[in-house]
Design a protein around this ligand. Structure first.
Ligand SMILES: [Cu+2]
Length: 248
């Protein structure tokens, strides 16, 4: 019996050594992003008027598309927040993925509304609509892109050379079309989704400034510092507040 226990302990020890030695012991930072809703009232999402292009309007036969500027759940869970490591990775280099990110023009809306890519990573831009779009990102740190995509052009590839939070993307044909792309020189970013949740995994041990960015100026950005050890998981939550409108 004793001997059996000893062997089992040895086996467990060697497994533990294997796990810490060979596996990627990256840390995870995850959390929930919420919007404070005074009185429990969440901001409405305006209908998007697409009548100017009947092809677009025809893509939403049952209900009109609605603005994605502030997408918030009843309990405050806030979608489309770009969360990323702003500080703490200086001097580190990460391979650029050759796998393209995908931005679709679908129902005359950008899908996804907010996304992250790597500097130099190819981005496949799809036209799923059978109408003319014009993909027009306006980066500050990379070359501007302005490409018409007639209805027969289903796919093009673009990329941004340099990191930038965030690159706004517009369509010159459909003024309501707007999206944002976070261009990063490292892989540690996420976009909040269901429940306002996000997760950034595989982080090296270290102390990081995490920034949460929302496109509305009245929400803006928030930052928090977090220190993680190898393999550690830490929770970082953000609570956005709607700032008063700026007086003009
Ligand atoms: Cu368009």
């Amino acid at each position: 019996m004793k001997r059996h226990g000893f062997v089992a302990t040895l086996a467990a020890l060697s497994f533990a050594c294997f796990a810490s030695g060979d596996a990627v012991a990256g840390a995870t930072v995850s959390g929930t992003i919420k919007l404070e809703l005074p009185g429990g009232k969440k901001p409405g999402r305006k209908k998007i008027q697409m009548a100017a292009d009947p092809v677009c309007a025809g893509k939403h036969p049952d209900a009109p598309a609605r603005s994605e500027v502030v997408v918030v759940e009843d309990d405050g869970g806030l979608h489309n927040v770009f969360v990323y490591v702003k500080k703490g990775l200086e001097g580190r280099k990460f391979d650029t993925p050759s796998e393209p990110a995908v931005l679709d023009q679908q129902g005359c809306i950008y899908v996804p509304h907010v996304m992250g890519v790597r500097a130099g990573q190819p981005i496949t831009v799809l036209n799923s609509d059978g109408t003319l779009h014009n993909i027009h990102p306006k980066p500050q740190n990379s070359a501007e892109i302005n490409k018409a995509m007639p209805k027969f052009m289903k796919k093009i590839t673009i990329s941004f050379a340099n990191a930038e939070v965030m690159v706004p993307v517009k369509c010159d044909v459909h003024p309501w079309m707007q999206s944002y792309i976070g261009v990063m020189d490292h892989p540690f970013f996420a976009v909040s989704g269901e429940g306002g949740k996000f997760e950034i995994a595989g982080l090296p041990a270290g102390t990081y400034t995490i920034e949460a960015w929302h496109e509305s100026e009245r929400l803006g950005t928030m930052t928090q510092e977090v220190t993680v050890a190898d393999g550690e998981s830490k929770s970082v939550d953000f609570m956005f507040k709607i700032k008063p409108r700026k007086r003009k």
